[in-house]
Design a protein around this ligand. Structure first.
Ligand SMILES: CC(C)(COP(=O)(O)OP(=O)(O)OC[C@H]1O[C@@H](n2cnc3c(N)ncnc32)[C@H](O)[C@@H]1OP(=O)(O)O)[C@@H](O)C(=O)NCCC(=O)NCCS
Length: 215
């Protein structure tokens, strides 16, 4: 097994694995076309970390997504891919009214505000303002997923360890992640030396446990 940067050619396999392993996630409900757009936007935006674990035949066994500077990364993703992502979300919602309702209730205001900022920045040709960061440089892992047939064989560990090396090389001093309280992944992260640092609720109202790793 080897770990390398996630590239365009991996996206179909990565998305298919994501929809299989993390089907309960909100964004997974928007299906493969949206998720492909999301993955491509993620890996092509500045400060992203995207990794694929491959078997000896080149099949994708696992995927990790993260960012060495989450704020810069999200801003670049919205700036460069916001319109495409918005169109893919709306396109799928038009034929899935229940999902459209959930989207509006949980994320409508936030996403609309983000798009409005993007439009204003484009019209005025001014980049959206960014707060000055204080304290340690903090990166994040947003997704780690391993093919159920390959779980328990060190694939997840290899992905996280490569992410740590990459983040360290980018000057990151601490990595953070959140995981739903009902997922076994917390034991996985603790085994890899991460420390629980409390509970939090996302801006969309979901409960999460927060984990940190000092690099
Ligand atoms: C969590 C997940 C990424 C772990 O990947 P994996 O390849 O199975 O894990 P590894 O084999 O690399 O395990 C690394 C260590 O964690 C431990 N571990 C892994 N899963 C564990 C679990 N559910 N409970 C307790 N320990 C666990 C392993 O025993 C191993 O310890 P060791 O190296 O000291 O023997 C994988 O199970 C998965 O994809 N789960 C579903 C998706 C998910 O929960 N993702 C994380 C939230 S986004």
């Amino acid at each position: 097994m080897s770990v390398r940067t996630l590239v365009d050619g991996d996206l179909d396999a990565a998305v298919s694995l994501h929809l299989q392993v993390l089907h309960m996630e909100f964004l997974s409900r928007f299906g493969p076309k949206f998720m492909r757009t999301y993955y491509r936007a993620w890996i092509s935006s500045t400060d992203s970390i995207g990794l694929a674990a491959l078997d000896e035949n080149g099949a994708v066994l696992g995927v990790l997504l993260g960012a060495s500077d989450p704020a810069l990364h999200v801003r670049a993703m919205v700036r460069e891919h916001g319109v495409g992502l918005g169109a893919a979300l709306i396109g799928h919602s038009l034929t899935h009214p229940r999902l459209a309702k959930d989207l509006i209730v949980t994320r409508g205001w936030r996403y609309t505000r983000g798009l409005a900022r993007l439009v204003i920045a484009r019209l005025t040709r001014k980049p959206p303002s960014s707060p000055v960061a204080a304290g340690p440089v903090v990166g994040e892992i947003t997704h780690v997923l391993v093919d159920p047939a390959a779980q328990g064989r060190g694939v997840g560990r290899a992905l996280v360890e490569q992410c740590v090396r990459q983040a360290r090389a980018a000057g990151v001093q601490e990595l953070q992640l959140v995981t739903p309280p009902d997922m076994a992944a917390q034991h996985f992260y603790e085994r890899l030396g991460w420390h629980a640092s409390g509970e939090m609720q996302s801006r969309s109202g979901e409960d999460f446990l927060r984990y940190r790793l000092t690099l």
